[in-house]
Design a protein around this ligand. Structure first.
Ligand SMILES: *[C@@H]1O[C@H](CO)[C@@H](O)[C@H](O)[C@H]1NC(C)=O
Ligand SMILES: *[C@@H]1O[C@H](CO)[C@@H](O)[C@H](O)[C@H]1NC(C)=O
Ligand SMILES: *[C@@H]1O[C@H](CO)[C@@H](O)[C@H](O)[C@H]1NC(C)=O
Length: 211
């Protein structure tokens, strides 16, 4: 989602060569650290949610047991949509900023014909108005198995952390939902199948830029 849209920004999307995109994600700088994460939402109760940052400091993986949704005959409406709100408190090195490149979802999907599913992640920085959103919609049939999907942010409209600050607070709000409006007899799930425990893994890729 984009709040400020100018023709200058539009031009930068078109002009951005693939070679420039290919250099990201790049390694994060020394001095970047996640000091704490606040976790809230019915998709990610704190005790069953974990996060890890890779050694290159350009990918954060959040795994939540219990982050799953289901639709079908007799299934309560409140089971069809779940969300998760993460607040990252981070230490920042001087003269660096970062933005989000993409979200990889790894989990089970199973959709009968015409069952719909939506997934999205919005992020923003404390004190800033602009938000970045990435989303996908799926329409069944989708065979039941584990998939990995990458949703990319609009790179030309980069939403980036402020420069020259020693700490940054940023928010990642995600939700997943399934709907059976077009096939009331069908069923659909994200995040679990009949055998495996319900869980969803999201990997957030970061790119770094010098201020
Ligand atoms: C990063 O923050 C965590 C949590 O506060 C801390 O345990 C860890 O030592 C820090 N790492 C560095 C390199 O500062
Ligand atoms: C979901 O809705 C059902 C039926 O309306 C209710 O029994 C259940 O307590 C609700 N669950 C949650 C977590 O709110
Ligand atoms: C960040 O700090 C550097 C060096 O101190 C300065 O050149 C630059 O203009 C600053 N950038 C911003 C956005 O304040």
């Amino acid at each position: 989602m984009l709040f400020l849209l100018s023709s200058a920004l539009l031009v930068s999307i078109i002009a951005l060569p693939a070679a420039v995109l290919a250099q990201w994600p790049n390694m994060g700088p020394t001095g970047f650290n996640i000091t704490s994460v606040d976790i809230a939402g019915n998709g990610c109760v704190p005790k069953s949610t974990s996060y890890v940052m890779n050694a290159d400091k350009n990918a954060i993986t959040v795994a939540s047991n219990g982050y799953w949704v289901e639709t079908g005959p007799g299934i309560a409406l409140n089971q069809t949509r779940k969300s998760c709100r993460l607040t990252f408190n981070t230490e920042m090195p001087h003269r660096w900023r970062f933005g989000l490149l993409s979200v990889d979802y790894t989990t089970y999907y199973h959709l009968d014909a015409k069952i719909t599913a939506d997934q999205q992640v919005t992020y923003y920085f404390k004190g800033e108005l602009q938000q970045g959103t990435t989303r996908s919609t799926f329409v069944g049939p989708m065979a039941p198995r584990e998939y990995t999907y990458r949703d990319q942010y609009d790179f030309g409209f980069a939403v980036e952390s402020p420069c020259n600050t020693t700490s940054v607070v940023w928010y990642m709000h995600s939700d997943i939902r399934v709907g059976n409006a077009r096939n009331a007899e069908g069923t659909g799930r994200i995040g679990s199948d009949a055998v495996n425990p319900p869980s969803l893994k999201q990997t957030y890729s970061l790119y770094w830029v010098k201020c």
